[in-house]
Design a protein around this ligand. Structure first.
Ligand code: ADP
Length: 222
């Protein structure tokens, strides 16, 4: 994993959790907040934490935000501040900007400002929780549209030792296998669009694409 510099701006519940997770993943993190207590709480964890008003572009520059690879802007309580900070960080040339939105309108404005990714933490957590109830074994989940997703699951035992041709995923289950992740000599290899004569092995992780209602049936494959 390469090491990058992250600026986390707004150290409320979401921002501070993002900052501490990034640190635990070995990344460099600058934590910024205009609230002294928040800065103190996160201080020991991050590479450095500073108390600044992040709507002030000079203060951002002094804090070194212009050198950041990624900025995570987690200001929800004050939408105006969130938008101003996004503009300043864009002006500083930070290439990736992730911003937290608290309302759909806030999210739309952030998108119009050209942020790389808008996050609705509560909505995303609620969706993740609901999905984990329907497909408890999903290791990862990518939403493609309101109807279609890609789910990563450990290969069902029933499929182990069989070729993709003989499993007939598409005809029988309405699913398309897009990739297989497999441990080969201690290293993970990803086989993208594997051929029909590919045999599935115990421990393989398969990425399956399909309608959500079809994906929800993976659990019943035995
Ligand atoms: P959460 O819901 O994740 O706890 P909040 O949106 O309530 O997050 O927290 C926003 C954080 O952003 C607060 O810690 C607040 O002090 C900080 N903040 C708000 N405006 C600014 C600003 N202009 N500059 C720096 N930090 C700010």
């Amino acid at each position: 994993m390469s090491k990058r510099l992250y600026a986390v701006i707004g150290l409320g519940r979401f921002g501070s959790a993002v900052a501490s997770t990034l640190v635990s993943l070995g990344q460099d993190v600058i934590g910024l907040d205009d609230n002294e207590d928040r800065v103190r709480e996160i201080g020991e964890l991050t590479t450095h934490a500073l108390q600044i008003d992040a709507t002030d572009i000079r203060a951002l520059r002094q804090a070194g935000v212009n050198a950041a690879d990624v900025a995570v802007i987690s200001i929800g309580e004050n939408i105006e501040a969130s938008l101003l900070v996004v503009m300043q960080v864009k002006d500083l040339g930070v290439p990736h900007i992730i911003a937290k939105a608290v309302t759909p309108l806030h999210g739309r404005i952030l998108e119009k400002l050209g942020v790389t990714r808008v996050i609705f933490p509560e909505r995303e957590m609620a969706e993740r929780t609901a999905r984990s109830l329907v497909i408890p074994n999903a290791l990862d989940y990518i939403t493609l549209s309101s109807d279609f997703s890609i789910v990563e699951v450990t290969v069902p035992t029933k499929f182990v030792g069989q070729t993709l041709r003989s499993i007939e995923l598409r005809a029988r289950y309405g699913l398309t296998l897009v990739a297989i992740k497999r441990q080969v000599a201690g290293k993970e290899e990803t086989l993208v669009s594997p051929p029909a004569d590919q045999v599935l092995l115990e421990g393989d992780i398969v990425a399956l694409l399909g309608k959500n209602e079809m994906l929800a049936r993976i659990e019943t494959i035995r």
